[in-house]
Structures are given as structure tokens and as C-alpha cells.
Design a protein around this ligand. Structure first.
Ligand code: NAP
Length: 261
């Protein structure tokens, strides 16, 4: 479906890939709902979009189910039915499985998995009633394989594949498309916002390797408009998906030498 004139709800729109998506999709003529926890940052993003007056800011916390339901209710009653939901907001991890506190494990699952599922379930009934809609979720290449220092992050992204692949089959006859996006390295603040073993943001420099967020956003926009089921975007690291699939023993040898940076 073309996004022109459609209402597109983006989570994690205050920075990185979500922010770049806001600029890309506003240029394609979409009307946007921009969400994350930081309202001021979202307002700045909205002002930098094409036709800011057509876009609204809606704060929410993916780890707080009540805030998601309140946000969905406000969007439904004050903005209108959502045509496209992009579950993009998320947090990463840097810490070994042995060292990582269970609270950090649960936090990553709450934000990356339960938050996306909860918001999806909030918009789904209206899409089913209307007989159309599209839901995208930003997973990762670590939704297809796992690496040292990212066990919980990889688990949260693998879980998204299980849930959204099944959902795709369930809602096919409702004319609702599901796109799972698997980026490799993208230059954003994901590294500095990643949780350490104690569950605190790492606070290091922004990720310097990888493709620009704008390039990633352009691929996501195309994947949604072309109703692609799954798409990989990034550099050499995306090849890991195929190495694991076709040469699993080789992949296991390689990945244990990866230092997680
Ligand atoms: N960059 C990469 O290399 C890469 C690779 C693969 C996948 N991804 C995925 O891409 C998505 C976007 O990440 P990014 O790279 O753009 O990182 P980012 O710059 O750190 O952006 C993360 C976004 O998620 C939002 N967010 C975090 N916790 C939240 C919460 N509890 N409730 C609501 N919003 C929350 C943040 O907004 P607030 O702080 O305002 O809440 C921010 O807008 C994530 O799902 C990430 O896992 C990134």
C-alpha cells in the first residue's frame, strides 16, 4: 500500500531509525503519529518533518501497558484510525548472560517484545473491522542469530519473529500486511542507550559503524509500500543470516570470536 495520505504511527520516533522514518514517510505524504517517552524531542522531530501541522506527537512508554492503551485510545478518538503501525522503539544490551541482572533481562523483553505486542493488539481490532492495514516491526539481524553480549536483546528480537510470523498468517484474510525488518549496524544512539549488566544505559559514544539511519528508513518505507514479509538492511553483517542457515557449524565458530562491539 502507498503511505501517501495514510495515518502512520511510529514508535521510537524521537531518535535514530524512527526519527529518520518520520522524515522519510512525511516526504512520501503520510500523516504521522510520533511516539516515544520524550515529548520535547518528538516535537523537534515533528517540526523538521514536511507539513508538521499534519503530524501529532503522542508520548508513551513501551514498558507501561496503561500508557500504551491510553495512547491508542487518544489516537483513535482524536486523530483517526491507524493505517500503518511501525513498532520501532527498542533498547539494546551489552553484557554477558552470566553477569546480566534479571531485572535488565525483563526490561529488554518488556520494551522490545511486550510493548510492541501490546500496541499491536490495541490497533488490530480497528484494522480488522476496516479490512485493511499494515503493521511493521523493527527486529534486527540478531532476531535471526545471536551474538555474545546481546543474549536478552537477541531473545527479544527472536520472540518478535515468532509472534509476528504467526500474526501474518492469522490476519492475511483481513487484508493486513506484516513486515519484519532486520537491520544490521545502523549509525544511531542504540549503543549508548543499550543496557549494561546492571540495567543502566551504557552512555558511550553513538554507534559509529553501519549505514546511515536515513538509508535504513528508506528501505523500511519501501518494504512497507511493497508489503514485504521480511527484509534485511545493512552491510556485511546481514550475510550472517545466510551463513547461519547454510553453514551453521562455521557460524558457531565465527560468532564465539566476535567481541560484541
Ligand atoms: N541501530 C542499529 O544498529 C540497530 C540494528 C538493529 C535493530 N535496531 C532496532 O532499531 C530500533 C530503533 O533503534 P535505534 O537504532 O534508532 O536506536 P535509538 O536511537 O536509541 O532509538 C531508540 C528509540 O526507542 C525509544 N524508546 C526506548 N525505550 C523506550 C520506551 N521504554 N518507551 C518508548 N520508547 C522507547 C527511544 O525514545 P525515548 O528515549 O524518547 O523514549 C528512541 O526513540 C530498535 O528497536 C533497535 O533494536 C537498531
Amino acid at each position: 500500500m502507498t503511505v501517501t495520505g495514510r495515518l502512520v504511527w511510529i514508535t521510537g520516533a524521537s531518535s535514530g531509525i524512527g526519527e529518520a522514518l518520520a522524515y522519510d514517510l512525511s516526504r512520501r505524504g503520510a500523516r504521522l503519529v510520533l511516539s516515544s517517552r520524550r515529548g520535547d524531542a518528538l516535537c523537534d522531530v515533528r517540526e523538521r518533518c514536511v507539513r508538521p501541522e499534519e503530524h501529532v506527537v503522542q508520548t508513551l512508554d513501551l514498558a507501561e501497558p496503561e500508557s500504551l492503551h491510553a495512547a491508542a485510545e487518544r489516537v483513535r478518538s482524536e486523530v483517526g484510525p491507524v493505517d500503518v503501525l511501525i513498532n520501532n522503539g527498542g533498547i539494546s544490551q551489552r553484557g554477558t548472560a552470566a553477569d546480566t541482572d534479571m531485572a535488565a533481562v525483563r526490561r529488554i523483553m518488556e520494551v522490545n517484545f511486550f510493548g510492541a505486542v501490546e500496541l499491536t493488539k490495541a490497533v488490530l481490532p480497528t484494522m480488522q473491522r476496516r479490512g485493511r492495514g499494515h503493521i511493521a516491526v523493527v527486529s534486527s539481524v540478531v532476531g535471526k542469530f545471536s551474538t555474545p553480549l546481546r543474549t536478552s536483546y537477541a531473545a527479544s528480537k527472536h520472540a518478535l519473529h515468532g509472534w509476528y510470523d504467526g500474526l501474518r498468517a492469522e490476519v492475511h484474510d483481513d487484508n493486513i500486511g506484516i513486515t519484519i525488518v532486520c537491520p544490521g549496524f545502523v549509525r544511531t544512539n542504540v549503543g549508548s542507550n543499550a543496557l549494561d549488566a546492571d540495567g543502566n544505559p551504557l552512555g558511550e559514544r553513538a554507534q559509529e559503524q553501519g549505514i546511515p539511519a536515513e538509508d535504513c528508513a528508506a528501505v523500511i518505507g519501501d518494504a512497507i509500500e511493497q508489503d514485504r514479509a521480511e527484509t534485511y538492511v545493512g552491510g556485511w553483517e546481514t550475510i550472517g543470516v545466510y551463513v547461519k542457515r547454510f553453514f551453521p557449524a562455521l557460524f558457531r565458530r565465527f560468532i564465539r570470536q566476535y567481541d560484541g562491539t
